[in-house]
Design a protein around this ligand. Structure first.
Ligand code: FES
Length: 284
């Protein structure tokens, strides 16, 4: 309960916005295109940041174990060095993800980043102390660093589990679609190169047509449920794609493939058919 109270206060700490607002704008302006997609993990099909933070955390935790054992100074120093160096790409990926967060998770993310920055600073100082022969100080600094990055990890997990940041939010929507074929709209209501939003029960489905080909995908963006039905259709490498109006994730209409982040997973698509002039869809 104490932890929950602190987390709620952090989520509501609007004073953090004085720093968070301009910083987020600067990052959005500075990080663009392929670099931004690479740091999000579009190429990986999974958010990059939580995957690569395993390297520094693993190295630092292993160093902490070795520091408790006799005559392990050299091995521990190597692990502290590996952890500190590998934190650099993890930090870059983390700031990139942070730049797309909504207000409350962004506040928590800011404190997450500060805790980790303190941790990385302590590990850097620990490395210097070890390399200059002061292993006793090096161990003390490293244990301080472990405490700071543990707090950072706790807050990072909160951003994921409380706010579903980085989670494919289209998957639970897709799972609500019942088996079997469902009517979406009249085929003739859909002009060539047009799209519309139909519904299966309460679930919005983006239907689009090119010539005689009709495609359908879950209409809520997998990144943070932005309305793809309000998105612009653009050509990317010769394929028609829809751009999410919220943060610009871009999905190929034909198969839902993500071609631009921050989404890192493909948008769920449905099978389609025309039955007596009616467009129907079913789970793929
Ligand atoms: S909701 Fe963020 S890109 Fe669609």
């Amino acid at each position: 309960m104490i932890g929950r109270g602190l987390l709620e206060r952090l989520e509501k700490a609007n004073k953090l916005d004085r720093l968070g607002d301009p910083l987020q704008r600067k990052l959005q302006e500075g990080l663009r295109g392929r670099v931004r997609d690479a740091l999000h993990g579009v190429w990986l099909g999974h958010p990059l940041h939580p995957a690569i933070v395993q390297v520094p955390i693993g190295a630092w935790f292993s160093a902490a174990v070795l520091d408790a054992l006799p005559r392990m100074e050299t091995c521990a120093t190597v692990l502290v060095g590996v952890g500190t160096a590998s934190a650099v790409p993890a930090i870059a990926a983390g700031w990139n993800d942070w730049s797309d967060l909504a207000t409350a998770p962004r506040r928590v993310g800011l404190v997450h980043a500060v805790a980790n920055a303190v941790g990385v600073g302590l590990y850097g100082a620990s490395l210097v102390a070890r390399l200059t022969g002061n292993h006793r100080l090096g161990k003390q600094l490293a244990y301080g660093g472990l405490g700071a990055v543990s707090l950072g990890g706790y807050l990072g997990a909160h951003i994921v589990y409380r706010f579903a940041a980085g989670v494919n939010q289209a998957a639970p929507i897709e799972q609500q679609i019942p088996e079997g074929w469902h009517d979406l709209c009249e085929f003739r209501a859909l002009g060539d190169n047009q799209k519309l939003v139909a519904h299966i029960g309460e679930i919005p489905v983006l239907v689009s047509r090119t010539g005689d080909t009709v495609t359908a995908m879950v209409e809520r963006c997998g990144h943070e449920t932005g309305p793809l039905g309000e998105g612009e259709v653009v050509q990317v490498d010769g394929s028609a794609c829809v751009v999410c109006p919220w943060h610009g994730s871009t999905f190929r209409l034909a198969d839902g493939a993500v071609v631009r982040g921050p989404a890192t997973t493909d948008q769920p698509t449905l099978r389609t058919r025309i039955n007596r002039g009616c467009v129907q869809a079913a789970l793929a």
